[in-house]
Design a protein around this ligand. Sequence first.
Ligand code: G1P
Ligand code: ZN
Length: 545
Amino acid sequence: MTIQTIKTTPYNDQKPGTSGLRKSVKQFKKSDYLQNFVQAIFNTLEGIQGSTLILGGDGRYFNREAIQIILRMAAAAGFGRVIIGQGGILSTPAASNLIRQYQALGGIILSASHNAGGPEGDFGIKFNIANGGPAPESLTEAIFAASQHIHEYHIAPINPVPLDKLGAYEISGMQVEVIDSVSAYEELMESLFDFDKIAALLQSGSFKMRFDAMHAVTGPYAHRILEERLGAPEGTVIHGQPLADFGGGHPDPNQAHAKELMSLLYARNGDIDFGAASDGDGDRNMILGKQFFVTPSDSLAVLAANATAAPGYRNGIAGIARSMPTSQAPDRVAVKLGLPYFETPTGWKFFGNLLDAGKITLCGEESFGTSSNHVREKDGLWAVLFWLNLLAEKQDSVSNIVRKHWAEYGRNYYSRHDYEEIDLKAANELVNALLEQLPSLSGKTFGKLCVANADNFAYTDPVDGSVSKNQGIRILFTDGSRIIFRLSGTGTQGATLRVYLEKYEADPSKHDQDVQEALSELIAIAEQVAKIVAFTGREAADVIT
Ligand code: G1P
Ligand code: ZN
């Protein structure tokens, strides 16, 4: 079969962000926009000839078309085999697992995670390397550089592959296998958690849970694992049918976007004991108890402290890592257990080396991301199953488990305030003004709080020595409180300013305060220092988590 070479011209905006290349669907549909980026990936990779590629996405609008295009380009590039999830569906953690299991060269995951979908929404593409994890910065930089010099791409003129039927084909000398999207992932989960114990809990009749798949990729995974395999009553999974536009919703599992789940769990006299949700591509998770929200930072800390409750971690964990803006609650667990702990920049790619080197077993981010060394991505359903395992083991409620944790380790009051779609220029001016102030902030007092140090976070990877600079502005107080400012690297409109606030409270009699109230002093200092209202014109944050 003759391979076609098509002339093209570079787009100047194909720089991957925190997690792959995310743009509006409109942008992705521009002539050869996707093709350029895929060719840039293929031009950058070594060892393509005869190797295996994993391919799938979160099912959002444009997923299927993109898969057919990538298949044709993979055939032209010389891949020996492409493994696709049925219907073009693979959650991000399931794709990460398959890359490892098939010893693939890597995987292409089509997702814009929690960003809205549909023709007016966003699309995204990310490349994961052979360890199953996101491409490191060196590779994403190289892909971007290649995209700036693209003048042609290659494509095999083959018919579309039927994505909905399981099967194996040979096209243009390349093997294509459409596999069940869930099976391998389900087996992996069963190897880590006590399914018998969880099944007993879910079938007991005295415990009720709801899992909100938000009309995104975890629908089929949750139906199969929670309802079919573990026997949770039908109806446990809500919004379980994946839709190309996520039903018009915003598939982000947080208090603002998982409204229905929140109201179920917070209902007066409600009878749901455990609530959980996952995002567009299945890597995020939110954990709720009865009228109780578990911050993702606390969730990581609690799982780390109780890891041996799950069979997969019975022998203990090697260490813990958290992203810099994540609260320091997990550090306290590491200290108590005598484990190493690490603070990395925002983004899952920074955990990869630590996991590969065996320095850590668990890791997480405040942005509703938690996972372990079983894959190289964050994993929404894994966190849910871990919590179920814990609940089954302890025979206690979510809120009791967390409160007991606070009583032992102290409570890290924590919140993130997001100012979305603000003017890019204003955002940069705000950041520059903060950077200018940094040297004068050290030693400064604000009421009872004194600044110990203020800096622009830089990270040296302890495994390969690579340095990542400009990873967020930190104001660190002598009592352990922190204010962090960062601009998002995943948005597609204007800029998003994230303000992260944290305050530690050791005294259990003070663990029942309202979070925003507990943080009010820090919120006021953040405004005083960053002048958010003056720079952005915004009186209040758009999303508070
Ligand atoms: C956000 C989160 C970050 C996460 C990323 C991908 O990135 O803050 O923790 O890794 O999404 O899910 P941001 O938009 O802040 O760059
Ligand atoms: Zn995601």
